[in-house]
Every structure is written in C-alpha cells, then in structure tokens.
Design a protein around this ligand. Sequence first.
Ligand code: BGC
Length: 376
Amino acid sequence: MKKLLSLLLVMALLVTAFAACAKADEPAATGDKEVVKENKGTDIGIVLPTKEEPRWVQDEARFNEAIDATDYSVEVLFSQGDSAKEKQNVDTLIAKGIKVLIITPQDGAAAAAAVKSAKAEGITIISYDRLVTDTDAVDYYVTFNSVSVGEAQGQYLVDQLDGATGQNLYLYAGAATDNNAFLFFEGAWNKLQPLIADGTFVVMNSSKAVEYMDKAVLTRVEMGDIIEQITTDWTPGVAKSKAESHITAAPPTGKTFVLAPNDGTARAIYDQFAKEDGIEILITGQDAEIQSIQYVIDGKQSMTVLKDVRDLVKGAIGTAIDVLEGKTVETNGEYDNGVIKVPAKDTKVITVTQDNVKAAIIDSGYYEASEFTGVE
Ligand code: BGC
C-alpha cells in the first residue's frame, strides 16, 4: 500500500511538471502574443528593389496585408536601386535573426554576394520576381512567367496588324542587369520575329535586331546585343530620351507599333511618340500600374499585362511558411541562374486592353473604381 501511494505521488508530480512545460512552450494568450513574436525576432525578411516604382510599393502593401493574417513577423526593406544598400539591408535582416529571406535583386548577379552570406547563416533564400543569378545560394524562385509576359506583349502587336507589310516597329527593353529583361524580350521575339523576317514589321531602332531577324531563337549574347541598343534601364527618363532620339533618327509614319517593356517606360515612350502628328500608336506595357490603367481607359497605352501581385505574394509567403514549418515546398518549374537550376513557382498573367479593363481590374477587386475616371 505504501508503495502504491508513493507511485501515485510520483505520477502526480510528473503530470504537473509536464503541464508546466507545455505552458511555457505555448504562445501566451492575446496581449502577450506580440511579446512572444518580438522575443523570436523577425521571421521573414523581404528586400525589394526600389520605392520609386509603384510596382514595388504595391508589393510591400500586399506583403503586409498577407502577413497580418499569419502569426509570423516580417520586415520589408528597399534597396533604392543600389546593390550596396541591398547588401546592407540583407545584413541588417540577418542580424535580426530572420529564417527566410525573400529578395528581388536590383542587379541579379550583384546580389549573389548578399544571398551567399545569408545562406551561410542557414537562412532559406527565395528569389522573388527577379532571379538572383551566378550563385548556388538560391533555394526557390517565386515568379510570374516572364516569357509569357513578353509573348502577351508581342502577340498583342501581331493581333493589331491588318495585312499590310512594312509596318514601323520600335523595340524597347528593360535593364540588362535584370534577368527578366531577357525573358520578356525572348517572349516578345517569339511572336514578333517571324513577322520581322517576312517584312511585315520593319524594326526602326535596332541594327542588331535587323542583323538577327532571321533567327527564331537568339542566344543570350545576341539578345544582350539587341538589349544594349534598346534598353530603358527600367527608367522612364532613359526611355523618354531614347524614344526622342529614335524618332529623330527614323521618324514614325502611319500605324506605329511599339514594344515597351513595362508601364513606367511605356507612358514615357507614349508621351514622346504622341507629339508626332498623324500617327496611330500601338504600344505595350506590363504591371497594370494605376496610371497606366488610366492610359488604357483613355485609349493612350494600348495594353498592359496584369501580373496579380496578390497571387505572387501568396506564393512567396506560402513558400516561406512551408519552410518555417518544415513542410515540403511545392514547385512547378525551374529556372537556370547560370550556376544551378532553381526550383520555381510560376504564376500566370493576363492581357488587359480597353475591352476587358473593367472586368480584369475593377470587377476583380484589384483596384477600386474610384481610382479612375471614365469607367462606369
Ligand atoms: C519586373 C517588372 C518591373 C520591372 C521594373 C521587372 O523585373 O518583373 O514587373 O516593371 O522589373 O522594375
């Protein structure tokens, strides 16, 4: 009997001890939750390229919305177009104890050093929208399908042809330090090249594009040769001055087709061409920036490509949480970054023109109707 009593006592003590342990591990209720988060430091660090473009400011806002719905903490820093600042941002986040880094590099190759030092600390690296190149220190790539963005732009221009040959075509591209600039151009070339080769389009502003016009598939070096001539550096000011000199060198006439790589540069290029009398401008874009949606509504910019940032953010945060919780990350493709094939999550895009702008942008809840004039 004595034995039984002491056994019961030991068991009772053990149960109490377990209960106390369990309580210490549990996040404390309500008000204490923030403290628990704070003690853990920052879980996910996000580094975006610049606050100067609405595209990335929107990504920040959508990240904050998405993370509010989870128990994890996140900090977003901007590199302001500067790789040194980007490296500093990554170091700051490493010091805060992040477990996952989500990064959109300013310059894909230059970011290799920053992600390498994060990787050395055991941090999982997710390249977001733009690929970090020339390193094996990238774990995942969450992106829109950038070749399909270029294909949507090229296809739009092809669809506006009316059977006539010798149509003016002006080509523009993104920054050569951004791997996406190559993917966008590759996609556009897939659609435009056959019609350049057969004389339907005449390229007005790139001797290299003319030199390679019979090549359906360009090497990276050949693409680089063309991009060097027509790059906007993703900067509206550069786009504007290039357009100005191209117009002077080879003035547009009649129906004028313009491949513009994104919305910021499209508006700058459009405004320049719009100064010419008697031409009809057909010009592409991408990002569905608010100002460009207004240009589409007003019949100025002809199209944009909606890359629904909500989906991309969901993909990136989902990947980060899977990593934090030790789950398997689902991917549906891979991208070669020059050193490794990075497992990727690819997201689809939508072409937006005056015909579907209301359905795709407003009815879908992407932006409020009150942001625009001329839509009912
Ligand atoms: C992004 C585009 C953006 C461009 C300029 C690209 O890498 O995919 O959405 O317009 O960079 O920032």
